[in-house]
Design a protein around this ligand. Structure first.
Ligand SMILES: Cc1ncc(COP(=O)(O)O)c(C=O)c1O
Length: 414
């Protein structure tokens, strides 16, 4: 006997997928259709209807506590009324009027006041916009071409995760290194003396930074005449109001932000030291939509709330409670599973020598947690938002407990 919950009704999601594969390139070529990349081979919603606070409802009416949060953008909670109101006000006033809006100055002033080492701000719309602008600025500032980078930095030619469609020359000047391994970073610098424009990196992903690692990496970059650029897309306005620079007491020449900055509205920022940012005048960075104000209003409302409330403290506490609870559950199980990440971006991975068995274990776990109304991503770390409560974490822990039981059964079936 197991206590597995009954299957979810996902019929409307499946029906929409049936229509989408005929017309929607993002769906037709995605893993949902090609079995190899399916997120969860079991039950997992595909289409959402609406979201509020900590919850998302799929098109079949199933409700989930949402730990994906549009890949970390929704920090205050879905459809946060204060942010929505600020955005709607800007929309009602006309947000695309060619002329810059007052809110642009307000946002720049706000960012300079909360982000360490930020003298000036360049606002853009997406994360890839911002990291690509940071690379261009670094190259123009130093007169060098080479980039050492680490982590996911976007999809443009210099950092695309797949080689198809990317000119070989675009990636020839870019290399990477092993995270938390200063020797491997040093080796990269030594291989290209006098050539590196910047070290551009996420401050961490699933593995937190070793004590002093980020500071040592920044020093190494400066010793070699390169800029140190922190890609704070995920860490910014999350691990501290001033991001990883504040949290880990490291200083960046340039930092890039997006995601949590506007609670889901599309906006990004390149911020940096005066001397470096002055190079903006020499380079080409542009977009038709850069001056649109709606998402800027969303960013002002979001960052102000994060600054003036306990939201970030609560997020950290809730994330830590989830990590603690899951680690205890794993300890009681016979599973080779590991809780990872910082509390604000928790994650868990299963290990098994046979990848097919590991995949079955993972599918059983995530099918069960999904059935129990908790939306976790199987391959990407999760996020916590400020609208979640301890009750939501309890719901999540009930679901993970059942998920681990289902995973153990799957492990014994092979
Ligand atoms: C650390 C990091 N950098 C850059 C990006 C690229 O941002 P976008 O997808 O908005 O282009 C992402 C997106 O997930 C990211 O997580």
């Amino acid at each position: 006997m197991t206590d597995r919950t009954p299957p979810l009704d996902l019929s409307e999601s499946r029906q929409l997928l049936g229509r989408a594969v005929r017309v929607d390139a993002t769906q037709a070529y995605s893993g949902y259709v090609l079995d190899r990349d399916r997120l969860v081979d079991g039950e997992y919603p595909l289409y959402g209807e609406r979201a509020s606070g900590a919850y998302v409802w799929d098109v079949d009416g199933n409700r989930y506590v949402d730990f994906i949060l549009a890949y970390g953008t929704v920090i205050l909670g879905h459809a946060d009324p204060v942010v929505s109101e600020a955005v709607v006000r800007e929309i009602r006033d006309g947000f695309a009027i060619t002329l810059r809006k007052k809110v642009q100055v307000e946002l720049a002033e706000l960012l300079v006041s909360v982000v360490p080492n930020a003298d000036r701000v360049f606002l853009l719309k997406s994360g890839s916009d911002a990291t690509s602008a940071a690379v261009r600025l670094s190259r123009a500032y130093t007169g060098r071409e080479r980039v050492i980078r680490w982590g996911y930095n976007g999809w443009h030619d210099w950092c695309a995760g797949r080689p198809a469609g990317v000119p070989e020359t675009a990636q020839r000047t870019v290399s990477t290194f092993r995270y938390n391994d200063l020797a491997s970073l040093e080796q990269e610098f030594r291989r290209h003396p006098g050539e590196v424009a910047c070290l551009l990196m996420m401050p961490f992903e699933e593995e937190p930074p070793a004590e002093g690692f980020l500071t040592a990496a920044a020093e190494l970059a400066r010793e070699h005449g390169a800029l140190f650029v922190l890609d704070e897309m995920r860490s910014g306005f999350r691990v501290a109001l001033g991001g990883a620079q504040e949290r880990y007491e490291v200083q960046a020449d340039i930092a890039t932000f997006s995601k949590a900055m506007a609670n889901g509205y599309p906006i990004s920022a390149v911020v940096g030291r005066e001397e470096v940012m002055r190079t903006v005048g020499d380079v080409h960075i542009g977009s038709t939509f850069h001056v649109n104000g709606a998402e800027m209003a969303g960013a002002v409302a979001t960052v102000t709330r994060l600054r003036d409330s306990d939201a970030l403290k609560n997020i950290e506490e809730l994330g830590a409670a989830l990590q603690r609870g899951m680690a205890e559950q794993i300890g009681r199980s016979g599973l080779d599973a590991h809780v990872l990440g910082v509390p604000q971006m928790p994650f868990m991975r299963f290990r098994h020598t046979d990848d097919r068995v590991r995949r079955n274990i993972q599918d059983a776990f995530y099918t069960e947690t999904t059935r129990r109304g908790v939306l976790f991503h199987p391959n990407h770390h999760w996020y916590i938002n400020a609208a979640m409560t301890h009750d939501d974490i309890e719901t999540a822990l009930d679901a993970t407990a059942a998920g681990f039981r289902a995973a153990e059964i799957a492990a014994h079936h092979d």
